[in-house]
Design a protein around this ligand. Structure first.
Ligand SMILES: [Zn+2]
Length: 674
């Protein structure tokens, strides 16, 4: 019998025939696809003809067509609808695929062809997009060590493998510390806690067999405990434990791992010819250099710190009014800030909820895309991987653009969070291929017959992921390796965060935020309060984030510190960290930076993207029309359709006429007055 993953799909728009695919089909299909890709790569490397762009770079783009098709389906269902068989396959495929990746970058004959094209690039008569793909392909090889020979090559491999062991250990130590600590609460200690916190504390207590409610270090329990518990001594105990994760001495202490990791990263960067690890990491980013990152962070730091210090004074007066002497401490901030929030911005979440219906918010995200880009969305019948999944055909002027797949409800088989992925990416090489794009969320599923209701945060998530989907659906490139969201890490959140701004456009909410029972529009003052709350306590949030980002940068921008804890203390001292705020992630539990390479000297990128989305939306505000057709077209022609075919900085300049500034972000965070 033929494997349904390996046949031509005759379904509507070539969607994967989910009803015919069983879990037993994945492993053999991956094996066949890997064999096919290996032979294709070998044929390119051994081709007796002189290298050309077509017989080398384009042939590489086409080498993994089947593999991409099979893995698109597999990773789609493995994330959104897993089961033990799929989890086992995932564990199995990970090492197989990473070995295949190394085989390619270590293939000397293949790299020699790429290098030959690279040296002759001026004479090859390449289009801009082709030049870019050649540059990116070569750079990917070089960054993996393709130019190294002999001892250096061996050492690089050892360094990489040791780094991956250290990353795993760091994560496991952190988990061990998080799991082992808990604080039992007597009935009297529950005073002041809302019902949902008490319920979570009781559930955690029975899970730990503690014979009563407990506080654990899980963010969803400790944060509300610090927010609501009036017991100052208990808050201090819990807070101390929370910020000491990875720093408790003994087997699970992460301080040594952090030091070794930083030293090895520096060595890795030096082997590859970079001065520092930050230079190596930022080379592929829009920010480009450590100085550009530091400059941005400091522009935000100064007003954020001023706002936080002003807030600290207010909160400290509240502390003193409660009969405590001395300064406001870190374990006090969330408690007094919550009290102040309730006094100043009372927002009744329960009254708000019926106004934010999932179906109407989906209509809203489609309506905005229609007004901005002329896209139309029609429900589509076709194969799906789970009965909750919905399909739409996306068209423009009657022409097919994409299939949009919405998978919105939480279930046990889905991993947490929300994300966007393309099961099939737009490209033209080898024939026009239109995207199949999935948005996956974890909204609470209503009882039968009831409308699904969202929180405002949920609605923002919906728009955020749809912004990523637009980046995929409007992609207009030839080569798949640069399609859609295949862009720099500090650029990829621009389309998604930017799209969130259309949810804040009052006319959108007043049309689509209608009461589930009465159908009435949300009252204007409720709408305004909902939008205001989103910027509450931004001084605190910005300070805890930016301080972490500055420490991350300092770790990697220069010689590796022998004692990272001392370096951390120096950085915080240097920027004048406010007394009652700590880093969002201190070094021994800074998983973004030490659990792997992903966000090392890259933690800044959340802020970088936010600077851009605020600045980009300000372009619409300056014109005075959030749906200005000419500006929307410009946004599509530059940022949304180009994928990685143009350098991110250049794309942004084409859209905005200049690089982004921080003013709009400071205004959006309410920090401009400070
Ligand atoms: Zn995102």
């Amino acid at each position: 019998m033929t494997n349904p993953l390996l046949t031509d799909w005759t379904t509507p728009h070539g969607l994967p025939p989910f009803d015919m695919i069983s879990d037993d089909d994945f492993a053999p299909a991956v094996d066949v696809a890997l064999d096919e890709a290996r032979s294709a790569i070998a044929a390119i490397a051994e081709n007796p003809d002189a290298p050309t762009f077509a017989n080398t770079i384009e042939a590489m783009e086409l080498a993994e067509v089947t593999l991409g098709k099979v893995l698109g389906v597999f990773y789609g269902v493995a994330g959104a609808d897993s089961n033990p068989a799929r989890e086992a396959l995932q564990r199995d495929f990970g090492p197989k695929l990473s070995a295949f990746g190394s085989e390619i970058t270590e293939n000397k004959a293949l790299f020699a062809r790429i290098e030959d094209l690279w040296t002759r690039r001026a004479d090859l008569d390449l289009s801009d997009e082709q030049s870019r793909v050649l540059m990116l392909t070569r750079r990917g090889f070089v960054r993996q060590g393709a130019l190294l020979v002999g001892d250096d090559a061996v050492r690089l491999r050892d360094v990489k493998s040791r780094l991956s062991v250290l990353g795993t250990q760091f994560t496991q130590n952190l988990l061990a510390d998080e799991r082992s600590w808990f604080m039992p609460l007597a009935e009297a200690d529950l005073e002041g806690l809302p019902d949902f916190v008490i319920a979570t504390a009781r559930a955690a207590g029975s899970e730990k067999d503690a014979g009563g409610p407990v506080v654990t270090l899980s963010r969803s329990l400790i944060v509300p405990f610090l927010q609501f518990s009036p017991m100052r001594d208990l808050r201090k105990r819990a807070y101390d434990a929370w910020v000491s994760r990875g720093e408790n001495g003994g087997e699970t202490d992460n301080r040594g791992i952090a030091a070794e990791t930083l030293a090895l990263r520096e060595e890795r960067a030096k082997l590859l010819g970079y001065e520092t690890f930050a230079d190596y990491k930022l080379e592929t980013e829009m920010a480009g250099t450590p100085d550009a990152v530091r400059d941005l962070l400091m522009q935000v730091w100064t007003p954020a710190k001023a706002a936080a210090e002003a807030d600290a004074k207010v909160l400290e007066r509240m502390l003193h009014a409660d009969g405590f002497d001395g300064p406001l401490e870190a374990w006090d901030w969330r408690y007094y800030s919550e009290k102040r929030r309730q006094a100043e911005h009372d927002l009744d979440e329960a009254a708000l909820k019926p106004y934010l219906q999932l179906d109407r918010m989906i209509e809203a995200q489609f309506a905005c895309a229609n007004r901005l880009f002329g896209l139309e969305f029609a429900p589509l019948e076709g194969p799906v991987y789970h009965p909750d999944v919905r399909l739409w055909e996306v068209t423009r002027d009657g022409e097919h653009v994409a299939v949009f797949i919405g998978d919105y409800f939480a279930r046990g088989s889905k991993r947490s969070g929300a994300w966007c992925m393309a099961m099939q990416s737009q490209h033209r090489l080898g024939g026009e291929v239109r995207p199949h794009v999935v948005n996956v969320c974890n909204f609470a599923k209503p009882e039968d017959g009831q409308p699904a209701l969202l929180s405002y945060d949920d609605a923002r998530t919906l728009f955020h992921e749809f912004g990523h989907a637009l980046h995929q659906m409007l992609s207009d490139v030839t080569y798949e390796s640069i399609s859609g969201t295949s862009v720099a890490r500090d650029f990829v959140e621009l389309p998604s965060q930017l799209y969130e701004h259309w949810l804040e456009v009052p006319e959108v909410l007043s049309e689509f935020a209608t009461h589930a029972e009465t159908g009435e529009a949300m009252p204007a003052d409720m709408l305004q309060r909902m939008l205001d709350v989103a910027t509450y306590d931004m001084g605190f949030q910005t300070v805890e984030y930016v301080s972490s980002a500055l420490v991350d940068l300092a770790f990697h921008d220069g010689p590796a510190p022998r004692d990272p804890m001392q370096k951390q203390a120096e950085v915080l001292e240097g920027i004048g960290m406010p007394h009652a705020i700590r880093m969002r992630h201190a070094t021994p539990h800074f998983a973004h930076v030490f659990a792997g390479d992903g966000y090392s000297s890259g933690y800044y990128s959340y802020m970088w993207s936010e600077v851009m989305d605020a600045d980009a939306f300000a372009a619409f505000e300056e014109i005075g029309d959030p749906f200005d057709p000419a500006l929307a077209k410009k946004l599509e022609d530059t940022v949304l359709s180009s994928g990685g075919s143009v350098d991110a900085k250049e794309l942004y300049k084409q859209f905005r006429g200049r690089l982004p500034g921080v003013d709009a972000l400071l205004k959006g965070r309410g920090l401009d007055a400070a």
